[in-house]
Design a protein around this ligand. Structure first.
Ligand code: MN
Length: 307
């Protein structure tokens, strides 16, 4: 959910979530427009944690990328999916003109939950596409000395993920052993960013030290990115793509191009009958849906990449 919050906050289910994108001066990197990093948290019942419990809520105009490092999450959506997301498995949900889903820690679950949820903005030409969900259990590995590199979305050095994309983009998980170093071949026409999810990393020629919880924007024009894990094993995400030049209106769980797009999506979702017709219903979810909050008093303005 986008509510203009930067930095760390606690979601209603007590899972600590760090909002890394959008940031104040950085709205998108390629078509990546939202990055939440959560955990690792203890989600056992001792302590009373219910783990992740996100009731049915909608999305429009974007793709969600669910990528776990530990634990599992049950995903159900209005196109009939009911799947268990696990580490190493990509859950890609294309909202297009509208989808709704729930995300819940299953009753029998591993003790820890650690993952990211990322959003990819759909280009205007594709944002009314039909909703779909894909689960990818086999993702290609890029052979690189010194690192284990898994291509989650898009392509890296010619190695392509099977997941559906709508713009030139890359998302990869990079793991480096303590003291290790790797040179990642990247596309100079893409802008890139690095997010560290475990340990710390040094990136670039400088190098720049990147800690957990920091969104490190690297710009474009590089054909190689040197990454080092100085003292402990490091796991990071490389996110990039062709700079996304369309201006977006991102509000709550919707992406549109105008205030009217958002108002319509909000109105339809918050009316139970209209929502069932437009978004469908999430299987086996009879409890309360998550309703969109009140719109802000000020107009929602379309914003560009760095706005
Ligand atoms: Mn969602």
């Amino acid at each position: 959910m986008v509510e203009g919050v930067d930095g760390e906050f606690t979601a209603p289910d007590d899972t600590v979530v760090t909002r890394l994108l959008p940031a104040r001066r950085r709205r998108t990197v390629g078509a990546w427009c939202f990055v939440d990093h959560y955990g690792p948290d203890d989600v056992t019942d001792r302590g009373g944690s219910a783990g992740m419990q996100v009731a049915p809520h909608p999305h429009t105009g974007l793709q969600t990328v669910s990528w776990l490092f530990e634990g599992d999450v049950r995903h159900r959506d209005t196109v009939g999916s009911d799947v268990l997301l696990r580490p190493g498995v990509l859950g890609l949900m294309t909202a297009g003109r509208g989808i709704a889903h729930s995300e819940r820690s299953p009753h029998d679950r591993p003790p820890r939950l650690h993952g990211v949820q990322l959003w990819v903005a759909l280009p205007d030409a594709d944002r009314a596409t039909a909703a779909r969900f894909e689960l990818h259990e086999e993702l290609p590995v890029l052979p690189v000395d010194g690192a284990e590199v898994r291509v989650v979305l898009g392509a890296l050095a010619g190695v392509r993920s099977p997941a559906t994309t709508h713009s030139p983009i890359v998302g990869a998980e990079v793991r480096i052993d303590a003291g290790g170093s790797a040179r990642l071949p990247i596309d100079p026409s893409y802008e890139h960013a690095v997010v560290v999810v475990d340990g710390a990393a040094e990136v670039g020629a400088g190098p720049t030290r990147v800690e957990r919880g920091v969104f490190c924007y690297l710009g474009d024009g590089r054909d190689v990115l040197r990454v080092t894990a100085p003292s402990s094993p490091s796991r990071l995400l490389l996110l990039g793509g062709e700079p996304f030049e369309e201006e977006l209106v991102m509000w709550w769980d919707f992406i549109g191009r105008s205030q009217a797009d958002i108002e319509i999506a909000r109105k339809v979702w918050n009316d139970e009958r209209a929502a069932a017709e437009a978004f469908g219903t999430v299987p086996d979810e009879s409890g309360p849906r998550m309703l969109a909050p009140r719109l802000p008093a000020v107009a929602l303005k379309p914003r560009g990449r760095a706005g």
